[in-house]
Ligand binder design. Structure first.
Ligand code: F6R
Ligand code: MG
Ligand code: MG
Length: 375
């Protein structure tokens, strides 16, 4: 039987700045889904990472279901009312439209969902990042599904030996391309290294996979990016659902991709590069320089529409070293202040005063050839 995992997230207000979602907001979202989701979903879980409230729902209505999207939208609206009453910062900031119109695309919340054939045991991990962008998943998803130095199963497990298929979106030209690992990995890397433009949207099993049918095994939320082709539309704290085990990366192969705190863009004012720190839920709040950017991993199994879990996978001393390195990188980068490559290039910054500064200074620019020698 086909079942759908829908993970939907939104920033509807936080405290004291963009640090953490208030428990009272979470409680209201939960209550709304309990009251209104009975006939729509078979199970759900909630979490919050930084200033983003996150809902994982299980149902049989397929992806892009208007009813499921509306349930999440209305739950976020209910949570927003509480956030407004409490005076939380940025209350309702990700609910960009006044009313729901059939699909969350372009409305503000992020959506990562996949319809699958439920296996006898269906383990998966939900990864949630704050203070970064969807392209931040390019590197770890590549490592999990294409890099044998991360995932030895690609070499030593016959079921995985044929590799995986990647769906990559060009968010500027609004096109998608399917590339196969291992055949196309140099082409794949040529694209996804440019993580602002080329974003891994989904991963699929290939027909040669010995354990699974050809279907979706990982999906990343990319919603604001798909909003306006050809235009930069800002950071969109992403989430991903990654199925694991038995012909797919093992839980530990999937988590291993985050043991090295690589640089992502986002952080303070969406305008800086910083290390991605893997943390447990207890540390999923944004502090130093509104970060550093963080990722949480919650592990589940799914059986007949019901969830067991979550297990808070990065809440473990095995990731202490990655956190320490991320702390050292934070210190190192912060000393660069407003200089690149800590600060992002102009066109990637979410906040910039450059046009205003240029306008103010325009009459003070002189011709280098003639007039730069002070006489
Ligand atoms: C980045 C982020 C924060 C804010 C910063 C300024 O994604 O959410 O770093 O950009 O705290 O926020 P405002 O402009 O709301 O004062
Ligand atoms: Mg915010
Ligand atoms: Mg956020």
């Amino acid at each position: 039987m086909k079942v759908t995992i829908s993970h939907i997230k939104a920033d509807i207000g936080s405290l004291p700045g963009h640090s953490i979602v208030d428990e009272k907001v979470m409680a209201r979202i939960q209550e709304y889904i309990e009251d209104h989701g009975k006939n729509l979903i078979s199970d759900f879980r909630m979490a919050h990472v930084g200033d983003d409230a996150q809902i994982t729902m299980i149902h049989t209505k397929g992806i892009d279901s208007p009813e499921i999207h509306e349930l999440a939208w209305n739950a976020f609206r209910a949570g927003t009312e509480v956030a407004k009453k409490l005076g939380l910062y940025g209350a309702g900031q990700d609910l960009l439209k006044d009313s729901f119109s059939g699909n969350l695309k372009g409305m503000g919340p992020g959506v990562a969902e996949m319809e699958i054939n439920e296996r006898p045991s269906e383990p998966f991990i939900v990864y949630m990042m704050d203070k970064t962008e969807p392209g931040a998943f390019n590197l770890p998803i590549y490592k999990m599904f294409a890099d044998p130095f991360n995932t030895p199963g690609l070499v030593i497990d016959e079921a995985m030996h044929s590799g995986f298929r990647f769906e990559v979106w060009d968010v500027i030209d609004h096109k998608a391309i399917f590339l196969d690992g291992p055949e196309d990995i140099y082409d794949l890397l040529a694209l996804i290294g440019s993580k602002e433009r080329y974003v891994i949207k989904r991963v699929y099993t290939k027909k040669e996979n010995k354990k699974l049918p050809e279907e979706n095994v990982a999906v990343i939320s990319t919603d604001k990016l798909s909003l306006i082709a050809g235009k930069y539309v800002g950071k969109d704290d992403p989430a991903a659902v990654v199925r694991i085990q038995s012909g797919l990366p093992a839980a530990g192969e999937s988590l291993e991709a985050f043991a090295f705190p690589y640089l992502v863009s986002g952080w303070m004012r969406g305008s800086f590069n910083g290390p991605l720190m893997p943390v447990g839920m207890k540390d999923a709040k944004m502090t130093r320089f509104d970060g550093p950017p963080r990722v949480v991993a919650l592990g589940y199994v799914l059986k007949s529409g019901k969830l067991e879990g979550p297990v808070d996978m990065f809440d473990d001393p095995a990731f202490d070293y990655a956190r320490r390195v991320a702390g050292e990188m934070t210190d190192h980068l912060r000393r660069m202040g407003p200089f690149e490559p800590h600060r992002l290039p102009d066109q990637e910054m979410e906040y910039t005063t450059l046009p205003v500064v240029m306008d103010k200074l325009k009459d003070r620019f002189v011709d280098i050839e003639k007039e730069t020698v002070v006489k």
